[in-house]
Design a protein around this ligand. Structure first.
Ligand code: ADP
Ligand code: MG
Length: 500
C-alpha cells in the first residue's frame, strides 16, 4: 500500500521536543462486531454472555468435512456500513485464509478478506475542539477499506493454577475490520474518530459499539516525524478497548518514539500492548508481515458477488445518519451547530430529542434536553436510556409552559418532581397548586401591597424605569413564582407609571 499524505502539517498539533517540533501520525484498524443473530459462516448464536462453549457449531469447531456457508445478513451489514462511510462498495470480493496457530482458533486459519475487500475507500468527518476561542474544526479522515472476517475464540488464563481454558463462543462471529488512512495527527483526533465511527455504527444498527464487551476494539498505529517529512516507522498497539485508553496509548507511544529518535536511535516496527494500569505500551512481538500468514483464497468459498440493485435497496432503507440529522436540525429547527451536534452525538439522545420536539418549539425542546435533562443525567452519571423523565413527560412539561399554566421557573421545579417521583406533569401541577396565577385581580393586589410597602423605591422608579424589575421580582417571590411574569411586568409598569 502506498501511503498518501492528505494533510498539511498544522503547527497547532505539533509537539515540541529537544531537537524541535514533532508531528504524530495515527492510523486506526477498528474491529467492529457485526450485529447479527448468527455467525459469519455458521448458524450458531452470537449472544453475549452465554455459558462457555454453548454457541459453537461443528463449523466453528472446525470438525472434518464441515463447510462454511456465508450469512447474508452479515454481508448486508457490511454494505450498510460501507454506505454509511460514503465508501465504494465492491460487487466482487474474495475470502482468504490467514494462516496461524492459536489454541482458540480451531481451523488453524482465520477466514478474512485480503486483496479484495467488500468495501473500499470512504471517509468520516470528525469535529475537533473547542480551541481557546471556542471554535470547532471539521476534519475529514480517510477510510482505506472495510473487510469481513471471523473473530477468534477466547483463551482464559486466570481460572486455574496450571491450565488455560478455551471458550469458542466468539469463534466465527463476524467482524468488520475498518482500516483508516494515516490521517490523524493527535490523540484528540483519534478519540474523535473512534467516537464518530461508533456513533455511525450505532445509527446504522450494524454494530452495538459496546467497547466493554469487546464489540468494538482498535489497533492503534502510531509513528512520529519531523513536520511535513517522510512518514516514520510505525508501531501497532493491539486491541485497545476504551476511548480513553486509545488517547493514553497514543500520548505515551509518541513520547516514547520521540525520545528514542532524539537519542539518535531508530524505531523497530513492532506490535505492542497497552497496559492501562501503568499507562504504558510494551513490546509484544516484532511486526509480522502479510506474507508471514500465507494468505490464499479459501477454496471452500466462492468469491462473494452481488448486484448493484441489492446495494440500492439497502441504501434506500438506511436510517438518517448523524451528519445529515445535524444539518436537518439546524435547517428545520434553527438550532446552532453546537446544540445540534450534541443532540446527534448519540442515537438515543437524538431519538429522545425528536420525540420531545415533535409538534413543539424545537429550540425550546433543545434547550430543555441539553441544559436540564443531559445536565442532570451528567450529574447522576446516568445514560439517556435510564432517564427517569421520559420524552412524553418532558413534552408535557413544555406544553404546560406554552399554555401559560406554569412559568419557566415553575417548570424547572416540576421537572425535578417528575425526575424524583415520576407521574403525569399536568396532574402534579393541579394537585400541588402549581398553576400560574393569571387572575389579574390577585396579582394586582400583590403589586399594590408591595408598592405601598416601598414608597421610596416606587418614587425612584419613576426616574429609573428599570427598577421595575425589582418590583416584578418581589411580586414573583410573594406569589411563590406562580404569577404570570408578563402579567406582573405589565401591572407593575402601569402602577408605577412607567411608559412602554
Ligand atoms: P497491517 O494489518 O499490516 O497492520 P493494514 O494496512 O491493515 O496493515 O493497517 C495499517 C494501518 O496503519 C492503517 O490504519 C494505516 O493508516 C496505518 N499506518 C500505516 N503507516 C503508518 C505510519 N507510518 N504511521 C502511522 N500509521 C500508519
Ligand atoms: Mg494491523
Amino acid at each position: 500500500m502506498t501511503l498518501i499524505d492528505t494533510r498539511t502539517p498544522d503547527p497547532k498539533r505539533f509537539i515540541p521536543g529537544a531537537t524541535g517540533d514533532w508531528e504524530i501520525i495515527i492510523g486506526l484498524e477498528v474491529h467492529a462486531q457485526v450485529a447479527s443473530n448468527a455467525k459469519l459462516f455458521s448458524g450458531a448464536s452470537t449472544e453475549f454472555g452465554a455459558e462457555p462453549n454453548h454457541n459453537v457449531s461443528l463449523v466453528d469447531a472446525a470438525m472434518p468435512g464441515m463447510l462454511p456457508v456465508i450469512n447474508r445478513e452479515c454481508v448486508a451489514q457490511a454494505i450498510r456500513t460501507g454506505l454509511g462511510l460514503k465508501a465504494q462498495i465492491n460487487h466482487r470480493s474474495v475470502f482468504d485464509r490467514k494462516n496461524y496457530f492459536y489454541p482458540d482458533l480451531p481451523q488453524g486459519y482465520q477466514i478474512s478478506q485480503f486483496k479484495d475487500p467488500i468495501v473500499g475507500e470512504g471517509k468520516i468527518i470528525i469535529s475537533v475542539g473547542p480551541d481557546n476561542k471556542g471554535q470547532f474544526e471539521d476534519i475529514e479522515i480517510g477510510i482505506e477499506r472495510l473487510h469481513l472476517e471471523q473473530d477468534a475464540g477466547k483463551s482464559i488464563h486466570d481460572q486455574h493454577p496450571t491450565m488455560s481454558y478455551v471458550d469458542l463462543n466468539r469463534t466465527g462471529v463476524a467482524l468488520m475490520e475498518i482500516v483508516s488512512k494515516p490521517d490523524m495527527r493527535s490523540a484528540d483526533e483519534a478519540k474523535a474518530y473512534i467516537t464518530k465511527l461508533r456513533t455511525i455504527l450505532r445509527y446504522l444498527g450494524t454494530c452495538d459499539g459496546n467497547m466493554e464487551q469487546g464489540s468494538l476494539r482498535a489497533d492503534v498505529n502510531v509513528s512520529v516525524r519531523k513536520p511535513g517529512g517522510e512518514f516514520g516507522t510505525r508501531c501497532e498497539i493491539k486491541n485497545v478497548n476504551s476511548i480513553r485508553f486509545i488517547g493514553q496509548a497514543i500520548e505515551y507511544e509518541a513520547r516514547r518514539q520521540i525520545a528514542i529518535l532524539e537519542d539518535g536511535g531508530a524505531i523497530d516496527q513492532e506490535t505492542r500492548l497497552f497496559d492501562p494500569n501503568k499507562g504504558e505500551t510494551r513490546s509484544m512481538r516484532s511486526k509480522e508481515d502479510a506474507h508471514d500468514y500465507r494468505y490464499f483464497p479459501d477454496p471452500d468459498l466462492l468469491p462473494l458477488e452481488f448486484e448493484q440493485a441489492w446495494v440500492d435497496e439497502l441504501a434506500k432503507n438506511l436510517p438518517e445518519l448523524p451528519d445529515d440529522k445535524k444539518n436537518r436540525l439546524m435547517a428545520e429547527l434553527g438550532l446552532t451547530a453546537y446544540d445540534a451536534s450534541i443532540l446527534v452525538s448519540e442515537k438515543a439522545i437524538a431519538d429522545y430529542f425528536e420525540q420531545v420536539a415533535e409538534g413543539r418549539d424545537g429550540k425550546q425542546a433543545a434547550n430543555w434536553v441539553i441544559n436540564n435533562l443531559l445536565g442532570k443525567l451528567n450529574e447522576t452519571g446516568q445514560e439517556i436510556g435510564e432517564s427517569p423523565v421520559s420524552p412524553d413527560q418532558l413534552g408535557k412539561i413544555l406544553d404546560l409552559i406554552k399554555s401559560g399554566d406554569i412559568s419557566g421557573q415553575i417548570a424547572k421545579e416540576l421537572f425535578d418532581i417528575v425526575w424524583a417521583e415520576g407521574g403525569d406533569p399536568g396532574k402534579i401541577v393541579e394537585e400541588r397548586g402549581m398553576k400560574q396565577v393569571t387572575d389579574t385581580g390577585a396579582i394586582e393586589a400583590e403589586v399594590d401591597k408591595i408598592i405601598a410597602a416601598n414608597p421610596d423605591k416606587a418614587e425612584q422608579a419613576k426616574e429609573k424605569p428599570n427598577m421595575a424589575g425589582w418590583f416584578v421580582g418581589q411580586v414573583m417571590k410573594a406569589t411563590g413564582g406562580k404569577a404570570n411574569p408578563q402579567a406582573v411586568n405589565k401591572l407593575v409598569r402601569e402602577k408605577l407609571g412607567i411608559e412602554g
